[in-house]
Write a protein that binds this ligand. Sequence first.
Ligand SMILES: [Zn+2]
Length: 299
Amino acid sequence: MPELPEVETIRAQLAPRLTGAVVVGIEIADPLIVAGDDPAAFAATVCGRTVTEIVRRGKYLLIVLDSGDALALHLRMTGRLHWRPGPAGPGEERFLRATITFGNGSTVTFGDARRFGRMWIIPGGTPMEPYWRGRVGFEPLARDFTAKRLARLLAGRTASIKATLLNQAIVAGLGNMYVDESLFAAGLHPRRAAGSLSPAEVRRLHRAIRDRLRVAIDAGGASIDTYRDGLGRPGRMQTLLRVHLHEGQPCPRCGTIIVKDVVAQRGTYWCPHCQPDPSGTVPPERSRRPRRIRHEVAA
Ligand SMILES: [Zn+2]
């Protein structure tokens, strides 16, 4: 599932190609993809408008228009945005849900096998701070996300550090993969209670989160299942993962076999040696449906 680095990769690719371009057409192949609005009203709001900028907030992508409105997108599980210099050929996008055509002849297709992805309009003049509050927390790569800030966010929390970092309203954009990788890099057991981390551990975690996200953005994201970047290419981060999906393989740091268990209702990977299980750990939960991993729905 696309997380912050994957959405940021797409944003960085679309921004120079679409900024200043006029939306000349939008074709909705699957009305389910448009959240809230009537698809015809949605299309009318977008058509004829010029793209002024493309911004990311957590795992959300906003195509800001000269009307002040923003076309918001969330790719959820399997959504893909693919920019092409011209129209997509027949059958090129297997799970086509929508196509946006621009005045320069280029197109962006929104494909989605599982159909959880959505787009909608955020009307111009919407105060964005209240809009994001409760939906999206601090941006982990922003200047104001300091180790002190992270310490304040974790203080007093009894939930596991894994569950806490997955909570989009606390820190934005981290999903199952980058939480596993960050906790490994910080040497923290995923079941540690978030509020039990020492100041030194919080500093390690802060550094680990930012480092893993930056490495992943540099690698163009991770293509472990359906993710492709904004130009239809796979990322390279999947080859740089150290514990996530590595169950039964030796830890790259110490050689201990990496284990997998359900934490925060997600399949979670860690090294039992590098990420010891001290007191303060949240006890293993009993999953009612142990074979299924619950889908994360960010909004
Ligand atoms: Zn290890």
